[in-house]
Design a protein around this ligand. Sequence first.
Ligand SMILES: NC(=O)c1ccc[n+]([C@@H]2O[C@H](COP(=O)([O-])OP(=O)(O)OC[C@H]3O[C@@H](n4cnc5c(N)ncnc54)[C@H](O)[C@@H]3O)[C@@H](O)[C@H]2O)c1
Length: 371
Amino acid sequence: MNSNTVRVGLIGLGGVCSAVHYPGFSRIPDVEIVGLCDPDADLLAKRQSEWGIDTGYTDARRFFQEVKPDAVAIAVPNIHHRKLVLRAIETGCHVLCEKPLGMTVPETVEMYDAARAADVRHMTAFTYRFVPGITYIKSLVDSGALGDIRHARFQRLQDWGETSIGWRQYKEMAGTGELGDMGIHRLDFAEDLLGPIRSVCSAMKRLVPRDHTKDGVACEPQDVEDWVAWISEFESGTTGVFEMGKLTKGRGPDGGHDVCEINGSEASVVYQLHTPQAILIAPQGEPYTKRTVPDEFLKRPGSPRDPAEGDPVATFRYDQAWEFVSAIREGRDCMPSFYHGMRSQVVADSIVEAATTRRWVNVPQWTKSKK
Ligand SMILES: NC(=O)c1ccc[n+]([C@@H]2O[C@H](COP(=O)([O-])OP(=O)(O)OC[C@H]3O[C@@H](n4cnc5c(N)ncnc54)[C@H](O)[C@@H]3O)[C@@H](O)[C@H]2O)c1
């Protein structure tokens, strides 16, 4: 171990840890994955054997006390984010936490304030910020190449089937359904691209009960939305139209639709997740043509990832771990941080309020001054 070594613990070893966090951290030089934690003993044993990591705990308190990691990545159902994040911060640990950062705005404020008070690095896993196409589009927006941004649209349409989707389908575990699952990523990158959202109107629908599993076993029906849509007015005057759905026939596992289109006074651009290393671009009066993302945007500076290696739809996600570790080593804020987790929760709560009251809602702007 040298002085540059960062000792990382992984908490919650399910889908996203295996697809994103483990491959991300395990390829960074001088990062040691020092321990795993998950209450599911079978899964813990499986991951320890797959990843060759001797140290494993089913109890988070013992994990922190005995492993004493420098940093953790927390990837557990949303209801558990707050207590694990606060425990990590108490022990002086840097924290990467999955999205949505918390169940409510006050939870996210508490986590953000605690992290700042303890002077630890804090990061929200808004993974789509690391898509090469999004990074390139941000540079085009920021440089003024698209002119004034007039309107934009954001769509995430998938088909997860009609049966149970586990903890994600219960308010008490997840907070919200499609809004907190897919919508919150788009809220975050929309504000990153276009600035703060001023007001929203919205609709949310629970389309099916999901009251049995794939194997036909009965379960409690879901109480969250499968579909959500909203219109946003940004402070800049830009308008954004958003739609997310988990039950969009034709958009099954391989046909998932994830698009962001930005229409400026000089040009329009489109990001599509299935081609993350290219965008579509159309100057005024011309149709869209494909443009390959320039090399400088294919990965974060210094990232050990080879952009030519593996499936580009999966591998851009590994740069999230690189950003977290780089911020720890450089003693700077992570981007995106808990601030962005808190801020997107403020907008998400306004979307719920607008759907419930069936009216336009002004997004509270107080979080801007807390940055
Ligand atoms: N950033 C992204 O693109 C992205 C993608 C998928 C999921 N997520 C988020 O990641 C989190 C996990 O999602 P997932 O799909 O991996 O879920 P999952 O159900 O596949 O895995 C969650 C794991 O957490 C474990 N767990 C439950 N309670 C725990 C506790 N108290 N301590 C430690 N481990 C605990 C479970 O046993 C399970 O193994 C959620 O917050 C979700 O919103 C983010």
